[in-house]
Write a protein that binds this ligand. Structure first.
Ligand SMILES: Cc1ncc(COP(=O)(O)O)c(C=O)c1O
Length: 374
């Protein structure tokens, strides 16, 4: 057995150390300003993010989950409406649909991209369908040209779950995810490619009226202080998080390039191992996660063997949404989404963060090779 130093799945302390003087100065400035919620820092971050993303409007909020809820609410989606999304995602995607009282309608994903299968989307449209909610899983854009065509054909809204894919590009036109015609919903949870030091989220849209509706909903449904036209939410971004995100945003493309280089290196080192499937590369993939498939029923044993060598990996996601105890109302039996169900058995996310060293990448690949072939 090879002996390595511990390799974590994710590490944000190196990034913090590199930016500490700037972050600490910005934090001190906010503390001294007395403006802790909303205000100039939040507005500046919204403008800078909109410019970065090529989006006309950006509205910051408390979390990626809230971004999805606010987008659904702003479009008037609620009881009696159906929203098409995927069973292979973080639970928040589907949770947001439940939270507005709408019905999630799940469609299977593609084995090579882990993203929604457009052919399955078209087959799931009913007269009650209001929106398609594609997830850009692990940092790779879903097939948005195909999704857009289906949405146009049936008059549906599109709400993109960009939580894992800040900075990713649509392959068909190389624009940033969330710059399309409806809503993009982003998360700044600390493990994301652009991570805050706490919770944070943001909604993008090209439509000024929808943006205004989101702004009101995030502030208790109030267009003007103490006047409420809808029952909304308290979903504001803290000035401290905005200030920190403003320090980090100019570095995002460099970090994405580092992730892309690490992904290429992993793939070169792992592609020939029988029983292991490397993730497909794609234009504009930002590699929030590098997720291999360990075919058959060996995944958990492989994860344990890596752990014994100090290499920590994560299973995103061990249980598809339709098997969650919270979703028994969907009444979906095993076998309904064979790709999602197989992925849940086989996926393994290898250590991935911009500062991961080449030595660590080589060590992870060597350990995997030894475990799988040894
Ligand atoms: C695909 C997906 N959607 C939504 C969310 C929710 O984001 P947040 O944790 O900021 O609420 C996450 C993040 O964890 C996610 O990965």
């Amino acid at each position: 057995m090879l002996a390595f130093r511990p390799i974590p799945p994710f590490n944000n302390t190196v990034q913090y150390a590199a930016l500490a003087p700037a972050i600490e100065a910005a934090v001190r400035e906010v503390l001294a300003s007395g403006q802790y919620i909303g205000g100039a820092q939040v507005q500046a971050f919204e403008q800078e993010f909109a410019a970065y993303n090529g989006s006309a409007q950006a509205i910051a909020c408390h979390s990626g989950t809230d971004a999805l809820v606010l987008a659904l609410r702003a479009l008037g989606i609620g009881p009696g409406d159906e929203v098409i999304t995927v069973p292979f995602t973080f639970f928040a995607t589907v949770e947001a649909v439940y939270l507005v009282g709408a019905q999630p309608v799940l469609v299977d994903v593609e084995p090579h991209t882990f993203n929604l299968n457009p052919a399955a989307v078209a087959a799931a449209v009913t007269p009650r369908t209001k929106a398609i909610l594609p997830v850009h899983l692990f940092g790779r854009s879903a097939a948005m040209d195909a999704v857009g065509a289906i949405a146009d054909k049936y008059g549906l809204f599109v709400i993109e779950d960009c939580a894992q894919a800040t900075g990713a590009l649509y392959p068909h036109n190389l624009q940033k995810v969330g710059s399309g015609p409806h809503f993009g919903c982003f998360s700044f949870y600390p493990t994301k490619n652009l991570g805050a030091c706490g919770d944070g989220g943001l909604i993008t849209t090209t439509d000024a009226d929808l943006a205004q509706r989101v702004r009101e909903l995030r502030e208790h449904g109030s267009p003007r202080r103490y006047y409420h036209t809808a029952v909304g939410y308290n979903s504001r971004l803290d000035a401290l998080q905005a200030a920190i995100l403003r320090i980090k945003l100019p570095h995002l493309d460099t970090w994405i390039a580092q992730r892309q280089a690490i992904a290429r290196r992993y793939t070169a080192l792992l592609a020939d191992i029988p029983g292991l499937v490397v993730p497909a590369d794609g234009v504009g993939h930002t590699w929030n996660q590098y997720v291999v498939r360990i075919l058959g029923d060996r995944r958990d044993a492989v994860q344990t063997a890596l752990q014994e060598q100090g290499i920590r990996t994560i299973v995103y996601y061990p249980l598809p949404v339709h098997f969650q105890a919270a979703c028994t109302d969907l009444g979906l039996a095993p076998g309904g989404f064979p790709v999602a169900e197989a992925l849940a058995q086989e996926v393994l996310a290898l250590p991935m963060f911009p500062e991961l060293t080449d030595g660590d990448v080589v060590a992870v690949a060597a350990a995997l090779r030894e475990i799988l072939l040894g």
